[in-house]
Design a protein around this ligand. Sequence first.
Ligand code: B12
Length: 216
Amino acid sequence: MEPRSALQKTLTLGAAERGLRLNGGFHPTPEDGLHPDIKTVVLLSPAANFWQVFTASHEYQGALPDPMDRWSRRTIGRWACELGGKAYFPFTTDPIRPFFSWALRSGRAWASPVTLLVDDTNGLMSSFRGAIGLRETLDFDAGSRPCEGCEAPCTGACPVGALTVDGYDVPRCIDYLRDNPSSACRLHGCQVRLSCPVSTAPKPEHAQFHMAVFVR
Ligand code: B12
């Protein structure tokens, strides 16, 4: 995303220093229930060097549970304070912050044929570490849905048919992952997400970290 203002440039650089990248944003309405001073919510996704930054952190190297969520709280939370903004996280439950819907509103992510989010930079590997609400109004360039003209290999990539155009059979997916610790899904990540031509494969240890959390 090209920086369009001084603040956007600051945010782009600040994200890069933290192993993150700006992944669009949206302008909240009163129905979102956010603080009325928040004019823009900027979505933050992992950048290409995210795993390197995260594994160097004391959260990863320590023994406490949920190190990535704790890394996100510290890193994005402090950054939001520095910016005079408010941090939001995809893993909080009270309240749930609807990142899936927020991503759709950003104009940078879309529902894929298998319903999972797809974005134009990381394909079906699209994900978010957090978001920052700002008092400033920022506009972002819209992207284009990468699925147009794609043969949609995602629709037939799940080895057990758990994630298809018919939806996501979560118990079937988790049963397969638990029963098959040496499967490609466990070792390299979800085969549906990786089948997207725009997706970048994570390092195996990064994929295994997420899959272990998912099946625990
Ligand atoms: C609950 C949840 C799940 C649940 C249930 C999802 C379902 N409907 O079947 C479970 C645990 C199954 C799940 C799984 C995964 N999820 Co999930 N999930 C969430 C979470 C925490 C809340 C969604 C919610 O209920 N929102 C509340 C409602 C009111 O808001 P909503 O935005 O309209 O929510 C809808 C969508 O989020 C959708 N949804 C959420 N997750 C998923 C996953 C799939 C496969 C599908 C089809 C739909 C879907 O279902 C919600 C209800 O309709 C969001 C983060 C967030 N805070 O939004 C991540 C989130 C949507 N998931 C995400 C991810 C990364 C995953 C996993 C890939 C995790 C992993 N492996 O590491 C897996 C998928 C397994 C795989 N194939 O690898 C990403 C987006 C990925 C993407 N490209 O779409 C999010 C945004 C989290 C993040 N940090 O980036 N997830």
